[in-house]
Write a protein that binds this ligand. Structure first.
Ligand code: G6P
Length: 489
């Protein structure tokens, strides 16, 4: 079977991602404190058996002195992490610029910079050069740590140039690349000035993975239309060399959520929240404060619902957790004030002396508080304008064992393709439609709620992050074996 390749031996894996799974805070000249951020990728790889994984990435801080760098290398080594040091100028041009002002919006169908963002287009070339330089810096660190037999797994839109850098240095290296965002229609993608360079680099990998079949298909179309290559059911072929392209939908570590809900501290928190919101239905949004999440659209839909359903006004509350992100990028700063203005207006309009309809928080919650919040929620609202997968929808479902709440989910999130039958799917741009679905969700019969929840729950607990990582890594191994077979024939 596919998994067979992993059995019996410890497969060494180098995971390369822009951001390391730890955040580092400097405590002194040569001391650092580290906090593990347990995102999906971390718990997925911790759960994979017979794999010995190391992480290579940026620690999210600028460290310009050697004493500090050496101390950080030592501290991170204990967490099996290896840092790539990026100076402020590179971070500005590569991370804020090319990654988050160009690729991120383009891949989510927001297009290339226009009007006030146009100024940044003039820097396009210097930003792309910085992107290539940064990718080469990641490659250098991989090359320093690579041992024969290692598998190298590159992640996300930050590192599209990495497969090529790695293969040019060592063509025998096993290289996989996985995209966590959507890959857009080739008609959108082809507007990117550096479209061909990036495609050619990604194709240097042995296996290229996406969350959904649609994204994989868009990628193959881009390769056929822009590069004139041949797409096959297996992937993309270039002069007899096949790059395998496939869909690997990610999941969550659902057991981790189940375990958390059994903790006394979390149970106590659930009780407190239940009392706090007694007599009201709880609606919840949890998003990074990002244009793609459709937070203003969601709040406007909630306003529309309050307008049209006066009976519900004092019986429902919307909790919106908006986690600040990429705060150096002007677009994100603008979004923050836009959201604050809308929330203020609606609370002014529908609030009373004792209650407001929207609680908006500009911060993250710790894992246990988040689990408790998911558990007391009646209706979760995930209204992304585009989203690679969206695991908030999965996390909510994992915490709803007793409540069996309703998930309202954007049809433009990758998760719509897996939770489609259990969720209420909406077009987030259609505020009237979302408002109607809010009303439907709040008044749904318990039979319908349970049926929908059962479907979602079965999916979330069987398609886990561990499965995702195991499948990708073993398929990557197999791809190499196939390629070697071909050259021997
Ligand atoms: C998305 C991306 C990730 C990224 C995360 C947080 O999920 O796909 O690669 O790490 O957002 O964004 P940040 O820019 O803070 O790393």
């Amino acid at each position: 079977g596919r998994r067979g390749t992993l059995k019996g031996m410890k497969q060494r894996l180098l995971v390369v991602a822009n951001r390391l799974p730890v955040s580092a805070v400097r405590r002194g000249e040569d001391s650092w404190s580290l906090e593990i951020s347990a995102g999906g990728l971390v718990s997925a790889l911790l759960g994979v058996k017979d794999v010995d994984a190391k992480w290579i990435g940026w620690a999210g801080v600028n460290v310009s002195d050697e004493v500090g760098q050496r101390a950080l290398v030592r501290a991170l080594a204990e967490k099996r992490c290896i840092p790539v040091f990026l100076d402020e100028e590179i971070v500005h041009q590569y991370y804020n610029g090319y990654c988050n002002n160009i690729l991120w919006p383009l891949f989510h169908y927001l297009g290339l910079p226009q009007e006030d963002r146009l100024a940044t287009t003039r820097n396009f070339e210097s930003q792309f050069n910085a992107y290539k330089r940064a990718n080469q810096m990641f490659a250098d660190v991989v090359n320093q740590h690579y041992q024969e037999g290692d598998v190298v797994w590159c992640h996300d839109y930050h590192l599209m140039f990495l497969p090529k850098c790695l293969k040019e240095h060592n063509s025998k290296m096993k290289v996989g690349w996985f995209l966590h965002t959507p890959f857009p229609s080739s008609e959108i993608y082809r507007t990117l000035p550096s479209r061909s360079d990036l495609l050619r680099s990604v194709l240097a990998a042995d296996l290229v993975g996406f969350h959904t079949y649609d994204y994989a298909r868009h990628f193959v179309s881009a390769c056929t239309r822009i590069l004139g290559l041949e797409g096959t059911p297996e992937g993309v072929e270039d002069q007899g060399r096949l790059t395998r392209v496939a869909a690997f939908p990610i999941g969550i570590d659902s057991d981790r959520f189940k375990r958390a809900l059994d903790l006394p501290a979390v149970k106590k928190h659930v009780q407190e929240l239940t009392q706090r919101f007694a007599g009201r239905k709880v609606m919840l949004g949890v998003d990074r404060l990002d244009m793609i999440k459709g937070i203003p659209q969601k709040i406007l839909a909630f306003e529309k619902f309050l307008e049209e359903s006066p009976d519900w006004r004092d019986k429902v509350v919307l909790l919106q957790i908006a986690v600040p992100t990429r705060t150096d990028v002007p677009e994100y700063q603008k979004l923050t004030s836009q959201v604050h203005e809308i929330v203020g207006r609606i609370n002014g309009r529908f609030g009373t002396l004792t209650a407001v309809p929207i609680h908006h928080l500009d911060r993250s919650l710790d894992f246990h508080a988040l689990c408790a919040l998911y558990a007391v929620t009646d209706v979760a609202l995930v209204t992304s304008l585009r989203d690679g997968m969206n695991l908030v929808s999965y996390e909510f479902v994992a915490c709803q064992g007793s409540k069996k709440g309703v998930l309202i989910l954007s049809e433009f999130a990758g998760a719509a393709q897996s939770l489609g039958a259990g969720a209420l799917l909406v077009n987030p741009w259609n505020i009237t439609e979302v408002a109607k679905n809010i009303e439907h969700a709040l008044s749904m019969t318990s039979e319908e709620r349970e049926k929908r929840h059962r479907h979602n729950y079965a999916h979330v607990t069987t398609h886990t992050a561990q499965d995702w990582a195991e499948t990708f890594v073993s398929e990557l191994n197999d791809t190499i074996v196939e390629a070697q077979l071909r050259t021997r024939q």
